[in-house]
Design a binder for this molecule. Sequence first.
Ligand SMILES: [Zn+2]
Ligand SMILES: [Zn+2]
Length: 148
Amino acid sequence: MSTNKNLPSGLKCTQQRKKILEFLENSKLHPTADDIFNKVRENMPHISRTTVYNTVNKLAKEGMIKCMNTRNGEMRFDAHTEAHYHFMCGECGSIFDIGPCTGLLQKEIDGHEIKDIFICYNGVCKECRKKGVAAKEETNADDDIIFE
Ligand SMILES: [Zn+2]
Ligand SMILES: [Zn+2]
């Protein structure tokens, strides 16, 4: 019986790439390399963290996926390669796609060549707002007492 370990390394690589791409395409959450590693490992227990990191970096270099640096220094990955707006929640760190930004795409500005555009709104997401509203109401009640 042959196991995965006996596969030629090229073929093994292709399978790993496929799994990683598949996960990214199905994920709308812009995962970190660690998130990808933890997920892909469920199906490929032999995959190493280094392999996942190398593969996502390679995919990003080839333009198959996008990588972005968030304000808190995290690198997040996205299989959605068309220019699009993002929304990042400062409370829970979730990143959402909120539509294409084709109208803003220019080839050149002031002689600088534009290769990509990355626009990210920062704020508080729906879920965190729901939780936040309750907290705010309590704070306001306290304020009222102080100011009276
Ligand atoms: Zn949130
Ligand atoms: Zn995105």
